[in-house]
Write a protein that binds this ligand. Structure first.
Ligand code: CTP
Length: 415
């Protein structure tokens, strides 16, 4: 008798999602199809971790099923007929429906070629046993657990296990995925899996820059990416990404501090600046081109290294606030934050902190329009006066609007 998790499913899923999922199972049944929820949600349900990123798999035409479901609801529908996938988006969440598929790899690292298949085909193409479990959603079998690779045992024993010896050769991104799950869940690589991972590390060279970058970004979106990077360093995986990368204590400490710096924004660009901080410019360029980073991120990383060469100037205690502003205003915020976290000189740190917390926001109260009204002619002179006003404001020489106006009048007298 297969294990049934219907009561766990009912308890775990928010009411609204449960209702839709049951409705989808009923509709599939009307069309003579079997529908399943698969992968991460099943794993996380068994672990008691919240995850409502529902991946549904149907043995049959997913696009047709999704179209039928969309007709009877407010959901907006996106379909990819070529891939046999569809996305149903409701107001506060969405779920993906895919046709169960069979995959084969023409050569290591290439994307697989795909054909429609059975649920078994779909599960056996996956990365780790803990991601291969499915729950049936069709009414007669609602909640039935399909666990072909003993994923539940591996969850109980806290193990990350590949399904076959060529898994990392077929798709070396699984090397990075495995370390990510291991550290996220506090699991261990199963012994044979660990051995094969070491054997196949060089297969990371077969992965395109875009796929590699995607996996690195997923690592950096984890709650504690430094743990994954440390483990990747221990296993020799990190140096396969670039020989000069280090996942050491220095990096871990800076990553923790980076999260404090980025309470309301994503720490990802700052993490990347710290990751490459001890590379040379040339090594950084190799890293950027291997991972094909978009312009904005590449610029932040380049700036981090450029600013590093200016730290000795920033360590001068005689610098005025306007000097600090001039030194830093053309650098990306994340590059400045990275240097603040990495700088060894307390004076340089203090200057970087003062720029980040205060100086970058300082603006004069008067603008070009005000100066025009005061009789300053437009052109280079106006630009110079505005700059001088900004400098005076930064250095605390003027505070109020009246003080700014007085300064401008005095300058005008000397013109
Ligand atoms: N998968 C795989 N091999 C990959 C990528 C994905 O086998 N290289 C499978 C896994 O079974 C995974 C599923 O596709 O469970 C969905 O992928 P993804 O959304 O990346 O994984 P989740 O398990 O949902 O992981 P996460 O919790 O990180 O979102």
């Amino acid at each position: 008798m297969p294990e049934n998790l219907s009561s766990q499913l009912e308890e775990y899923l928010p009411q609204q999602i449960l209702k839709l999922v049951k409705g989808a199972g009923e509709k599939a049944s009307e069309l003579g199809l079997e529908l399943y929820v698969v992968g991460g949600v099943v794993r996380d349900l068994l672990l008691g971790r919240a995850n409502f990123d529902l991946d549904l798999v149907v043995e049959g035409d997913a696009v047709k099923l999704a179209q039928e479901l969309a007709k009877e609801s407010q959901a907006s529908l996106t379909v990819h007929p070529h891939f046999g996938t569809a996305k149903l988006s409701y107001t506060s969440f969405s779920f993906d429906i895919a046709t169960a598929r069979r995959e084969s790899y023409s050569c290591p690292g290439a994307l697989p070629s795909v054909k429609p298949g059975s649920l078994t085909d779909d599960l056996c193409r996956r990365d780790f046993s803990i991601n291969t479990m499915a729950l049936c959603l069709t009414p007669q079998r609602f909640g039935e657990l399909i666990d072909l690779y003993h994923g539940k045992d591996d969850l109980d024993n806290r193990l990350i296990r590949i399904l076959h010896p060529n898994s990392f050769i077929d798709d070396a991104t699984r090397i990075l995925r495995g370390l990510r799950y291991e550290q996220r869940l506090g699991f261990k690589l199963e012994a044979k899996t660990a051995e094969l991972l070491r054997r196949d590390e060089a297969m990371l060279d077969t992965i395109s820059g875009d796929r590699l970058r995607h996996e690195l970004e997923l690592i950096l979106k984890e709650d504690c990416p430094e743990r994954v990077l440390k483990r990747a360093a221990e296993l020799g995986v990190l140096t396969k990404l670039h020989p000069s990368l280090r996942g050491n204590g220095w990096l871990s400490k800076r990553f923790e501090q980076a999260r404090q710096q980025c309470k309301r924004t994503s720490p990802l660009p700052l993490y990347l600046c710290l990751l490459i901080y001890n590379l040379t410019d040339e090594e950084n360029e190799q890293f950027l081109s291997r991972f094909n980073f978009q312009k904005r991120l590449s610029q932040a990383m380049r700036h981090a290294l450029q600013l590093k060469t200016k730290l000795h100037t920033l360590a001068n205690p005689q610098l005025k606030p306007s000097d600090i502003y001039q030194l830093l205003c053309s650098y990306t915020t994340q590059a400045i934050q990275a240097n603040f976290l990495a700088a060894e000189s307390p004076i340089a740190s203090q200057h970087l902190q003062s720029y980040l917390a205060k100086l970058r926001y300082v603006k004069p109260l008067l603008n070009g329009e005000d100066l025009k009204r005061m009789g300053v002619p437009q052109g280079t002179q106006m630009g110079e006066i505005l700059n001088a006003l900004h400098e005076a404001k930064l250095n605390g020489e003027v505070r109020t609007r009246e003080e700014e106006e007085k300064l401008v009048y005095n300058w005008c007298q000397t013109l």
